[in-house]
Design a protein around this ligand. Structure first.
Ligand code: BG6
Length: 464
């Protein structure tokens, strides 16, 4: 049996905007607004209004998740739900009650809460008024919201996260148009990246003012790491991979853990005339307020080759003037989602964190397999027989285990996700859950993968 360390956390991840539904929300986040104004952009026209109905079903959902062996749950507090007045940072009492009830119900079910503060869900008012994280003022408002969360819920929540996947905010909202406000502006994406790192440091500063170095409380960030692999050993391809690694991973990893930006990245951005606007005081804050714990979302690697120079120019600066994506012959694909399946990268991440990032405590904060039309695999009792998901998790866990055996300080695996949930990219097309959600009846049924996860979590390991 492949056994994991005794303090290993077996969990699942979701987010407020993808599970709660918009019930009783006073404000919209960017996705609520986008859907209300352009529902056709969303698969099958399904929006965030009901999601998996967690707002109403949280008690039953949490009990069911515990039955599927989920002993820790990462979700998020929605800024656009909790706060009544964004400038004054006053709270909405209905929302406070809701999140209190959720946290209490988690603890009653023996589920450790891991709370994230931003899962791409900028309040639309702040997006329209200030450009969201384009503005440094919004980084202060954000830190204020975070402080409210610490004060309201910090007596019970020990693990906090300042952001989920900031890189996806850049890709979606500022480069490749899959998140509202659908801008295409490379230099602006550079500034947003910097401002998010700054917002994270400001949030950590508030946290430390409240908790000092209390060992019982930890704060971190969740990054989607996509190790960049070069298509060949040629100098050009390797340079492309080096930039891709800087841009996709190190731009967030380095400030979060080492407290500074990679010199090479700064040099390139400066040379291209797109370096972020910064002050020394801000850099000092980023240097001081580093994280205690790292969450790693891992789905797929980043394979790159040297760019086709002819079609790209410095005039319209975009990060991909430095690389093209590369479709490696023979790669294994999740065809439904269009992502390569490459578990070995999880081992590479483990070793990278061990060797280059102070061997900081970390955990897999998301990993999972999205499959469409899962009713294909459902029996007459509504149980989905999803061996493909069990194999996916096993293969990734084996690689993770190898990294841990070699000294990487990883202490958990959170599957995406517990109960099938909604997303802006795919609404309910691809299902990821250990538990199926019938979105018409809201009946929720544990899949085979949920039974396997329970056994694995109870045994702290699995038979290979
Ligand atoms: C992660 C995000 O990157 O991928 C989730 O944190 C998202 O919010 C998940 O749902 C799966 O992606 P998608 O687009 O298939 O829902």
């Amino acid at each position: 049996m492949l056994k994991f360390p005794s303090d290993f956390a077996w969990g699942a991840a979701t987010s407020g905007p993808q599970s709660e539904g918009t019930f009783k929300k006073k404000h919209q986040n960017v996705f609520d607004y986008w859907y209300a104004n352009d529902p056709d952009k969303f698969y099958d026209g399904v929006g965030p209004d009901t999601a998996s109905n967690f707002f109403n079903d949280y008690k039953e959902d949490l009990a069911l998740m515990r039955k599927a062996g989920i002993k820790s749950l990462r979700t998020s507090i929605q800024w656009s739900r909790l706060i009544d007045d964004f400038e004054k940072c006053t709270v909405n009492q209905d929302a406070v009650d809701f999140y209190n009830n959720v946290i209490n119900a988690m603890l009653e079910n023996g589920i450790e809460p891991y709370m994230n503060l931003c899962h791409f869900d900028m309040p639309v008012e702040l997006q329209h008024k200030y450009g969201g994280f384009e503005s440094k003022h919004v980084t202060d408002l954000y830190a204020g919201f975070a402080e409210q969360c610490f004060k309201l819920f910090g007596d019970r929540v020990k693990n906090w996260f300042t952001f989920n996947e900031p890189k996806v905010i850049l890709d979606g909202a500022y480069l490749y148009q899959f998140h509202y406000p659908l801008k295409v502006d490379g230099p602006l994406s550079v500034q947003v990246a910097y401002n998010i790192n700054l917002a994270s440091a400001k949030t950590i500063e508030r946290f430390r003012k409240l908790y000092g170095n209390d060992d019982d409380k930890r704060i971190g960030i969740i990054l989607n790491l996509t190790p960049a692999y070069s298509a060949s050993d040629s100098k050009e391809d390797k340079e492309a991979a080096e930039f891709a690694e800087l841009w996709a991973n190190k731009m967030f990893l380095d400030p979060a853990i080492l407290g500074c930006y990679p010199e090479k990245l700064v040099e390139i951005l400066k040379r291209d005339g797109v370096l972020w606007d910064y002050t020394q005081e801000e850099l000092d804050l980023i240097a001081k307020e580093t994280i205690d714990v790292l969450g790693v979302n891992y789905y797929h690697p980043f394979r790159v080759k040297a760019p086709e120079v002819s079609s790209k120019s410095l005039q319209d600066w975009m990060p991909d003037i430095y690389f093209d994506e590369y479709e490696m012959p023979g790669r294994v694909m999740n065809v439904d989602k269009g992502w390569e399946i490459f578990p070995e990268a999880l081992y590479d991440i483990a070793i990278n964190v061990r060797d280059n990032y102070k061997n900081i405590p970390w955990f897999v904060s998301e990993n999972g397999m999205g499959v469409s039309r899962e009713e294909r695999f459902m029996d007459e009792n509504g149980v989905v027989h999803d061996d493909y998901r069990i194999n996916f998790m096993k293969n990734h866990l084996k690689e993770l285990h190898r990294g841990i055996e070699e000294g990487s300080n990883c202490h958990g695996y959170f599957v995406w996700t517990g109960i099938d949930c909604w997303s802006w990219m795919n609404a309910y097309r691809n299902r990821y859950g250990l538990i199926r959600d019938d979105i018409h009846t809201q009946i929720k049924t544990i899949k085979d993968s949920g039974r396997w996860f329970k056994e694995t979590s109870d045994n702290n390991g699995f038979e290979e």
